[in-house]
Design a protein around this ligand. Sequence first.
Ligand SMILES: Nc1ncnc2c1ncn2[C@@H]1O[C@H](COP(=O)(O)OP(=O)(O)OP(=O)(O)O)[C@@H](O)[C@H]1O
Length: 221
Amino acid sequence: MSILQTVDLKKYYQQGETVTKALDGVSLEINAGEFVSVVGTSGSGKSTLLHMMGGLDSPTSGKVIINGEDISQKSAEQLTVFRRRHIGFVFQNYNLVPVLNVYENIVLPVQLDGKKVDEQLLAEIVGVLGLKDKLENVPNNLSGGQQQRVSIARALLTKPEIILADEPTGNLDSKTSQDVLSLLKVTSMKFHQTVVMITHNDAIAQLADRIIRIEDGKITN
Ligand SMILES: Nc1ncnc2c1ncn2[C@@H]1O[C@H](COP(=O)(O)OP(=O)(O)OP(=O)(O)O)[C@@H](O)[C@H]1O
């Protein structure tokens, strides 16, 4: 069953006379539970695609359909709520709040949504990710790999159907990258999530169930 679909998605940027076709007619379908990587060289359109899929930016034309809903039709406020409830983001630079400890960082999106923290799920997630002993640390006292595991825990706790990861291992060495990604794979399977991960690293991409290749804003495979 398709959980995420893009239909002839285009994103053009105009600067003066120049038009950059960051996405130039991308149609793809991702099934529920799939772990997909999006691979392409620098400037090929990967981040633009992920931003459109996550409703962080709107397309020039085309559709993004998540769970049967066309998110391109939503207002900015509707999108904010939709993102918080359905999509988890993992970024290369972790995006943790430095003054909050690990526990506070992980529960922040749930609290922002006015929901009660599922402490049992949280305990399970931090157990799998090996963060049980780190809950009171602030991010600065953690290694890059640990910080990325915190950002994965934060994404998982809101129980999103889809996790969008933009170069999640971009700042990590290759051994830590493999460890963090294996954990992302295990946890997303355990909690029945779909993962779309951007990378320009072919070895990392191979860990996915399927690889989508993008070049000059077009899918090439
Ligand atoms: N806000 C913007 N204004 C103008 N051009 C943009 C903007 N954002 C992206 N682009 C252009 O769109 C194209 C695709 O950019 P995008 O960031 O999606 O590539 P990418 O594959 O993620 O690259 P990288 O791996 O270097 O992050 C590039 O040519 C980029 O310069």
